[in-house]
Design a protein around this ligand. Structure first.
Ligand SMILES: CNc1ncnc2c1ncn2[C@@H]1O[C@H](COP(=O)(O)OP(=O)(O)OP(=O)(O)O)[C@@H](O)[C@H]1O
Length: 166
C-alpha cells in the first residue's frame, strides 16, 4: 500500500477526535483521519486533504504537529504493509461532520474506545497523548488483527520527509 497519514484533531478541552470508518480498510473501527498519499503531495498536504475530505475540518500544513512514524506490517498480506505519518492538530476551522467515509466523535482521553480500534493503538496512542514522539513497527498475525510483535521507540524529533511523493 502507498504510505498513509493519520491525523488526530485535539480540541481546547484536550479531547481527541476519532472517526468510525464506514467502508474500506479498517471498516467499523474508530480511527484517526487519513489515507494514502497521492503523487505530487507532501505528507503534510495529504494529512490536510484527508482531514478535510473525511471531516470537513480545514487546517494549515504548518499547524500540524508531527508526532510519529509507524510501519504497519501484515504477515500474510504484504500488499497491506504501509508506513503511516502521524500528526496532531490543535488549530483548525470548522465543526466535524459525518461523511460517507467516517462518523466523527470527540473522546476525552480517559474514554478512548481502544476495544473498537486497531489492536496496536492501545500501545502507541497513549505514548503520543503523554507527549512522546515515536517511531516503530507493528506486525500483525495472518488474521490481520492480532498484534504479532510491536517495537516502538521514543524519539526527540520526527524526521519528516518534506519532499513530494513521486
Ligand atoms: C494497522 N493499524 C492501524 N492503526 C491505526 N490506523 C491505521 C492502521 N492501519 C491503517 N491505518 C490508517 O487507516 C487509514 C487508511 O485509510 P484508507 O481508507 O486505506 O485510505 P484512503 O482514504 O486513501 O482510501 P480510499 O482508497 O480513498 O478508499 C490511514 O489513515 C492509515 O494510517
Amino acid at each position: 500500500m502507498r504510505p498513509t497519514t493519520l491525523c488526530f484533531p485535539v480540541d481546547t478541552r484536550g479531547c481527541l477526535l476519532l472517526g468510525k470508518k464506514k467502508r474500506g480498510f479498517g471498516v467499523s473501527k474508530w480511527n484517526g483521519f487519513g489515507g494514502k498519499i497521492e503523487i505530487g503531495e507532501t505528507f503534510r498536504q495529504c494529512a490536510i486533504r484527508e482531514l478535510d475530505e473525511e471531516t470537513g475540518i480545514v487546517a494549515l500544513v504548518d499547524d500540524l504537529e508531527a508526532v510519529g512514524i509507524l510501519d504497519f506490517r501484515f504477515s500474510a498480506n504484504p500488499n497491506l504493509d504501509h508506513i503511516s505519518y502521524i500528526y496532531f492538530i490543535r488549530n483548525y476551522k470548522g465543526i466535524p461532520k459525518e461523511t460517507e467515509e467516517m462518523k466523527p466523535c470527540w473522546f476525552p482521553v480517559q474514554t478512548i474506545p481502544y476495544d473498537e480500534m486497531w489492536k496496536g493503538d492501545r500501545v502507541w496512542l497513549p505514548l503520543l497523548l503523554n507527549g512522546h514522539k515515536i517511531v516503530g513497527t507493528i506486525c500483525f498475525e495472518p488474521d490481520n488483527e492480532t498484534v504479532q510483535s510491536i517495537d516502538i521507540n521514543k524519539v526527540p524529533v520526527i524526521e519528516e520527509k518534506k519532499c513530494k511523493y513521486v
